[in-house]
Write a protein that binds this ligand. Structure first.
Ligand code: GLT
Ligand code: MN
Ligand code: MN
Ligand code: MN
Length: 386
């Protein structure tokens, strides 16, 4: 029942299972796994697809013939496994050229390089049929606001996205662009730090319909926010184009832990939201194995992400079918029915009637909401006690 299959739309980045365990204090602990091997193994595990940054697949310094060979081998692996490439993105953070940002660098030459690299990477993604194009502005930020006026940064960011939207149209690529917010790391502070900042920014673009979000569990958790609320707001705005699933303890460095490994309850409500909304996007795991692991640990990690998602999905169905829970939910949803202003359009008469309406405030003040019972029942579903 918890066996991942392609129709579940689970995807991984080449950089996730390919993570070699380098950190700011230590060297790699695992050797790199080739892209075709990753594809074969993900296929075996039941994933739907694999995503990449330009440089995950083709190293920056590859010659034309090396590039051609890499692409040929990768394509062959996709063909033999049936794996898709639903998403592609640009590495705008590793090259030291991007130390002051990419689209928001003070140096116009760097901004030009970022556009050039992104267009080339969009071309590469399309060679493999990618439909979503992610923008994680990891270096778009500052350590000191002496560096630049943040209004200039917003303007440069907007100019870049407007230009790339036009490139998307001119090439007939039909990509959906997905902005990925993050509050900090690797920059001291990153622009567009949360889902809400990104949603507001999108509306200032020339083609807002083309641009949505790729929110990540860990990033909102780092900001101390409730991720499920942010995802719900993105869904409500029709802007949930992609999602990065992983896990994270608040107040730490960017941990990118196995999905569901830290905060089972929050991730339960996240899965329940996605499933209740019948959201049909890719469930992408942007996470990596603990640095203690060898290659077997990497595949244990990947299988675990998918299995936990499916377990939480089953728990959500159980919650939705639990008679006691549903009775509480029904009671909450119908409480005070008929008294409210829901769905009533404004009219001067309606306003007058509402101003004069008698509400039993003492009873309203005295009532309880039974959330303690409801939450305990939720915990019991999660712990397998019902
Ligand atoms: C990097 C980052 C992620 C982004 C990736 C896409 S790269 O691993 O930590 O959150 O989604 O650029
Ligand atoms: Mn992360
Ligand atoms: Mn991340
Ligand atoms: Mn991510």
């Amino acid at each position: 029942a918890y066996t991942p299959r392609p129709e579940h739309h689970f995807t991984f980045g080449l950089w996730t299972v390919g993570n070699v365990g380098r950190d700011p204090f230590g060297e790699p602990v695992r050797s790199a796994i080739s892209a075709p091997c990753i594809v074969d193994k993900l296929g075996e595990l039941g994933a739907y697809g694999v995503n990449f940054h330009d440089e995950d697949l083709v190293p920056r310094d590859a010659s034309a013939s090396e590039r051609a060979q890499i692409i040929k081998d990768f394509r062959a692996a996709l063909e033999r496994t049936g794996l898709k490439v639903p998403m592609a993105t640009t590495n705008l953070f590793t090259d030291p050229a991007f130390k002051d940002g990419a689209f928001t660098s003070n140096d116009a030459r760097v901004r030009a390089y970022a556009l050039q690299k992104t267009m080339r990477s969009m071309d590469l993604g399309k060679e493999f049929g990618a439909e979503t194009y992610v923008f994680w502005g990891g270096r778009e930020g500052t350590e000191t606001n002496a560096a630049k006026d943040p209004r200039d940064a917003m303007k440069w960011f907007r100019d870049a996205l407007n230009f790339l939207c036009e490139y998307n149209i001119a090439q007939g690529y039909d990509y959906k662009f997905a902005l990925e917010p993050k509050p900090n790391e690797p920059r001291g502070d990153i622009y567009l730090p949360t889902i809400g900042h990104a949603l507001a920014f999108i509306e200032t673009l020339d083609h807002p319909e083309m641009v949505g979000l790729n929110p990540e569990v860990a990033h909102d958790t780092m900001a101390g926010l409730d991720f499920t609320h942010g995802v719900a707001q993105a869904l409500d705005a029709g802007k949930l184009f992609h999602i990065d699933l992983n896990d994270q303890k608040p107040g730490r460095y960017d941990q990118d832990f196995r999905f569901g490994s830290v905060n089972v309850k929050d991730n339960f409500f996240l899965v329940k939201l996605l499933e209740d909304a019948q959201w049909n996007g890719m469930r992408h795991f942007d996470a990596h194995a603990y640095r203690t692991e060898d290659e077997q640990g990497v595949w244990d990690f990947a299988a675990g992400c998918m299995r936990t998602y499916l377990i939480l999905k089953e728990k959500a169905a159980r919650w939705n079918a639990d008679a006691e829970i549903q009775q509480l939910v029904r009671e909450l949803k119908t409480r005070g029915d008929g008294a409210g202003n829901d769905g009533v359009k404004f009219s001067p008469e309606r306003a007058k009637a509402l101003k004069e309406q008698q509400l039993d405030l003492p009873a309203i003040r005295a009532q309880g909401y039974a959330y303690e019972r409801l939450d305990q029942l939720t915990i019991e579903v999660l712990l397998g006690a019902r």
